[in-house]
Design a protein around this ligand. Structure first.
Ligand SMILES: C[S@@+](CC[C@H](N)C(=O)[O-])C[C@H]1O[C@@H](n2cnc3c(N)ncnc32)[C@H](O)[C@@H]1O
Ligand code: SF4
Ligand code: SF4
Length: 300
């Protein structure tokens, strides 16, 4: 991370903690909800299947920038399906950097060739070993690994959503992250139980067991891009929600925290680690602050 970037985030963090501010810093643009997959745990694919036009996406990036966002995520649907006016997701990343975003990340299912060296991180969804990943995501595992092998940069971070189908495959994903060329780390979420996928949610005890495995992996020097100081809050869902420092924009609508903010009762069962990590950070949790600095400096 560049010194200027670090200083921007440090001063934002200090102001937010000291003055209990609610200004945003992290934002997500949903470029499309169209997707080539239909994963068992996902409630957000192909609802409209609209690919939002280039000019609209650019306007939405500017809206977030003007609101103070400096960490930008592109998400979907499948981001690599996004194309308009001769532009691809790679052009959006380059434009986001030119606009002044300090960190630009893309979330993808990894089923398309990966040529995205300008992104700080490519969060590539990996939901287990071959058997369990394919049980969640269809027969995609081998294609994804071929795409990772042929990727033009080493900025890939596995992104695992842990649920009842794949909860025993946390170690497999950790070791794959450690041992696969072009993969820098792994980051976890627990399943967030939307009304149509409630049955995939983990119990408190299952979450505790998964966190123990992740801690053991950290001890074994597996590159995990999460904060163990946040685990107790994540296991028991005792972190504050929503995250006021996070915004998402989809088809012109800006929401605080996630597009799931309008689903009744969901925030109390939120499984997104970033929400716990950011809300605890900005509440001034000292352990989280120290671990966040170390972790971000290591992987970005
Ligand atoms: C909605 S997908 C969009 C990007 C891309 N299609 C992908 O699969 O990575 C973004 C991430 O959300 C995760 N996800 C989807 N539904 C979830 C849920 N109910 N709880 C937690 N994570 C979920 C996916 O596994 C994926 O890692
Ligand atoms: S690839 Fe991503 S958007 Fe598509 S169904 Fe799976 S989780 Fe949902
Ligand atoms: S806290 Fe609520 S809005 Fe934020 S990601 Fe979790 S469920 Fe979605």
């Amino acid at each position: 991370m560049k010194a200027g970037t670090f200083l921007h985030f440090a001063s934002f963090g200090i102001r937010t903690v000291l003055f209990r501010k609610k200004d945003p810093i992290l934002g997500t643009v949903i470029v499309t909800d169209k997707c080539n997959l239909k994963c068992k745990h996902c409630s957000v694919n192909n609802i409209t299947a609209i690919i939002h036009p280039y000019e609209q996406v650019k306007r939405e990036m500017k809206i977030l920038y003007d609101m103070g966002v400096r960490i930008l995520f592109f998400c979907g649907g499948e981001t690599f399906l996004w194309k308009d006016s001769g532009k691809t997701i790679r052009d959006l990343v380059i434009e986001a950097k030119q606009m002044g975003f300090l960190i630009v990340n893309v979330v993808t299912n990894g089923t398309f060739p990966i040529d995205l060296p300008e992104a700080d991180l490519i969060l590539l969804s990996m939901d287990g070993d071959r058997e369990r990943h394919n049980a969640v995501r269809g027969d995609t595992y081998d294609t994804i690994f071929e795409n990772i092998e042929n990727a033009t940069s080493d900025n890939i971070c596995f992104y695992m959503a842990v649920n009842r189908i794949n909860k025993d495959a946390v170690k497999d994903v950790c070791y794959a992250a450690r041992d696969t060329k072009n993969v820098r780390a792994v980051s976890f979420n627990f399943h967030t139980p939307y009304p149509d996928t409630k049955e995939l949610a983990l119990s408190v005890e299952e979450k505790r067991e998964c966190c123990e495995v992740i801690k053991q992996m950290m001890k074994e020097k597996v590159p995990v891009f999460n904060l163990k100081s946040a685990f107790p809050y994540i296991i028991n869902n005792t972190f504050p929600t929503p995250c006021y420092q996070c915004l998402v924009i989809e088809d012109g609508k800006v929401s605080t925290c996630g597009r799931c903010i309008d689903v009744p009762g969901l925030c109390e069962q939120c499984g997104y680690f970033f929400v716990a990590e950011y809300t605890l950070l900005f509440r001034g949790n000292l352990k989280v602050i120290c671990e966040m600095m170390k972790t971000y400096l290591k992987y970005i």
